[in-house]
Design a protein around this ligand. Sequence first.
Ligand SMILES: *Cc1c(COP(=O)(O)O)cnc(C)c1O
Length: 419
Amino acid sequence: MKTPFVSEKQLEDICKEYPTPFHLYDEKGIRENARKLKQAFSWNPGFKEFFAVKATPNPTILRILKQEGCGTDCASKAELLMSEKCGFDGKDIMFSSNDTPEEEFKLAAKLGATINLDDITHIDFVKNALGSMPKRMSCRFNPGGKFAIANTIMDNPGDAKYGMTRPQMTEAYQRLKELGVEEFGMHAFLASNTVTNDYYPTLAGILFRTAVELKQETGAHITFINLSGGVGIPYTPDKEPNDILAIGEGVRKAYEEILVPAGMGDVAIYTELGRFMLAPYGHLVTRAIHEKHTHKEYIGVDACAVNLMRPAMYGAYHHITVMGKENAPADHIYDITGSLCENNDKFAIDRKLPKIDIGDLLVIHDTGAHGYSMGYNYNGKLKSAEILLRENGSTVMIRRAETPEDYFATLEEYWDVDL
Ligand SMILES: *Cc1c(COP(=O)(O)O)cnc(C)c1O
């Protein structure tokens, strides 16, 4: 059973101040979860979470996470600039991008961010762009093949565009050493949205063994290993959430078994989580504005795929609560739709829900990560506001909704192009 982090009464009050649709974030939940992650890795003195900015690129969210000791993980110019504006120090920024333009490497280096190279050819690309190599560099590893654990998670690194092969990792470390790099990091992201406590420990085992080999082969001084993102959340109500304390303990075991005996007991563990940090602590709040009875039963809401793209893009499941009807029987079957001229603009298909009346408030769950951020402007639809629910129950707007003027801003000088 999934319960919203606000009551119906609370939400109706919030809606008096902010028109639907909007994204609502739970500050208390975000902070408590960040503290639990920190606790799970407290055995590792150098541990740090670099929040994947792409998941929820909002300055207030980033500043909350900064207060909880997190850095940021960026993959673009705007994400780097946002981190800088939020006061993240160079070493608090990880730059894990791919297919990277020269200008972005330059900006990352200027900010003092740690650059995580996606490919071996990027070594010379960066050297030529920057004139010299930063002293601290990281390389992204892709072991290829299939990644499977206990038949629960299957992902296909062999098919992923990211990272270097095992032989390339050795070559990259050697080349970087020649170019004066003194501190090395290693990174891999092998499976996404894992709901098992085994993903990080299994990944850690692979990375730790590879790190020991790389140190032996190249003499590189490896100071951190970045387990990246991929720890998931249970989007469907039947799944158990990950136990981050058990995950931290699993990684510690691998660390004690593999790194410590190899004299690498000073390596810092980094994570780059996005979804795990934010997804459960965001709701997309929307109101039923139409009901339609044709070949199926439809409820039209005032949000659409522009506010949350995951269902349209991946057929992703997002749980829906009809506020005030939490205990009513789910005896109706609906498609819950947005207004785009695209038939995939459906937040739910054939979903069993209580009877929905026009004006009902719906909470779409787990939208705190990869929700607002994936938004776009198809059909001239505008992006919604983002609201933060403070720990004391008050609310504050942390991004206003777009207006038509925003939509037209890039056209300002182009209404009268000569024809
Ligand atoms: C997307 C991404 C993350 C975060 O992934 P989640 O699944 O949200 O945890 C971390 N690192 C990199 C390089 C990414 O691309």
